[in-house]
Design a protein around this ligand. Sequence first.
Ligand SMILES: [Zn+2]
Length: 491
Amino acid sequence: MRKYTFSRTELSRAFGIDMATLRTGSAGIAFSFGKVTPGVTSEPHRHDEIEAFVVLSGAGKVRTDLAEIPVAAGDVVLFHPFEAHVLHNDGDEDLNFADVYWRDGKAALEAATRIATPRGPIFVFSTPPTPNGDLHLGHLSGPYLGADVYTRFLRMKGAEAYHLTGSDDYQSYLVTRADADGSTPAKVARHYADEIRATLTLLDCEVHSFLSTLGDSAYAEFQAACFRNLLSSSAVDMRQSAALFDAVTGDYLYETHVSGLCPDCGGWAGGNICEECGAPNLCHDLGTPKSRHSAEGPMVGSARRAELALERHYDNLDRHLRASGAPARLMDLFARVRQRGDFSVPITHPSDWGLSAEGSPGQVIWAWPEMAFGFLYNIQALARLLGHDWNAAMPSNDWQIVHFFGFDNSFYHTLLYPALYAEVFSHWTPRIRYHVNEFYLLDGQKFSTSRGHAVWGKEVLGPKTVDVVRLHLGLTRPEGERTNFTLDALR
Ligand SMILES: [Zn+2]
């Protein structure tokens, strides 16, 4: 006989709470004590073992994929194999519990069989391309082929899965392209959105909802409502903060208008994001910045913009990314951003191209935060086509969202969007999975629309070649590392 006493046990940090493993001498069963201090939540996890929590003192909530229940001293909660679970202490005293888990092979196998056909719809998104050019093989090999193959795979298994994408019409890159072409951003958007759709069709890429954001008044209204919600939320404020301006023209500089040394990796980066290391920047923090508008070094001034205090979400993001099974590369990006401490991200910018930001004359909602809510609107647009009642303003915990995107979009998808969702939809715990691809190179160099260093989808795709191209891209696509494409290898 052996007696264990909670109060005499040394606890150490595990699963985001305090735990101590007790030696039972049995390989078949494990036994621990755990303590959750007030306000703390354990890290979500799931495993093949059956597990039971026996609450010894205090009170809190237990959350699984399906439900949340209150627990207090004397309660026992049992978890089935693979059932995700979280213990949260919402009281004001410690929640102490005993934890027992054991493996039951037959029960685990039965549960795994049930998991094979997921419940609820699965929305697979490939990043809506910017319609400032057609799609080249660098684009196609990444998110578009990935999302298409994955959606087909899910459907073959009997899941209710859809591939959604669209054209991201309000990106600042449209303005640059229109200036170069002597056109207007709207004309450029319409032209390339059509070209992009045609290329996706040539790739045999089955898209169940393609959302063009330009000229959709209901979309603009939804975005305005989300923006109003953000402004009244706790982490978004109007702030006067440092911004970069052209020294000659006085133009506000961001995104494609400026480049410089990345404050994180020191490599050459564009405004707001570094393609090399994925880190965000604020433009004024770029080293030796260069303006697109003049040869003079830009000036740091200030601008009043709506900004999101991202640091308020670091703990939420940590939980979200762990529950999402985010790959190490994304966890590393998160760790680097978190290391900066306070980090305020502007969600509006001075521009005349985009959806106007209410209350900020001369400013638009930045196209990246816009995209976060655009995904939800696209789900609603799909619902209209299918006769379902999915509502963009009421996202459901039953939804599984899967994103396919290039590494240079990681900050927006995995850090900015979950934070924005938490600000606007307090009832929603988004279930999102992230599939990130690296750069596909052409003859050893990055594909580039602006430099014309590209093989365009339309150059190689046709009814007779599509299967070969898909197979080749599937075999060589840059899933975990940069890979190289050559036309010779395709031939
Ligand atoms: Zn960098």
